[in-house]
Design a protein around this ligand. Sequence first.
Ligand code: CA
Length: 228
Amino acid sequence: MTRIAIIEDEPKIAELIRDYLDREGFESTLMADGAVAMDVLRKETFDVIILDLMLPGRDGMSVCREFRTFSTTPVIMLTARVEEVDRLLGLELGADDYVIKPFSVRELVARVRAQLRRTGLWQNGSAAQPVAQSAALELDAGRMEVRVGNQSEVLTPVEFRLLAALSHRPGQILTRAQLLDALYLDHRVVNDRTVDSHIKNLRRKLAELVPDRECVFSVYGLGYRFEL
Ligand code: CA
């Protein structure tokens, strides 16, 4: 069952979204308070989070920022403020998409589906389950860790997605555009350099686990390739 968290304090909007998602066969959990929602997000696993910006208890930005320290689950922000959009999608906050209020629920549901499709690019199964990548390397989405043998390194959500996308297709070249797709649905606020700088950090961490050889190769003019 695909589980969606709806964090929205206007009951009419929240219920409308829930009714649509019900009809699509999703299971929704409604939360109206940012602080309460944060507690739930720490305990339960969802497939997509729909998060309103203006909330009682704790605002959506702060919820998103904290959520990103421990989860890679896609977050779609609801906002009435067009001028906030860059910050929402920026690396600092780490939301995956946004919808400007007032919005069509049909459009929002399409965005939810797009996130679920995209998640399939870097993740198998539920975010809470460890994902075995290859005999040599294991990615654990619950702990946001990569393990080789009994050594592990903690990754950022972006590094985790990058490594998951690359290691799902060992030996295959992924272009920067494909990697950006795995990282962000919306490319407007990021560029190719973003991928390069995250790859650099990822390599540094992988070198701690596998000091004797390279795992992420640059393919000049094309992109990156993973092999271990
Ligand atoms: Ca609100």
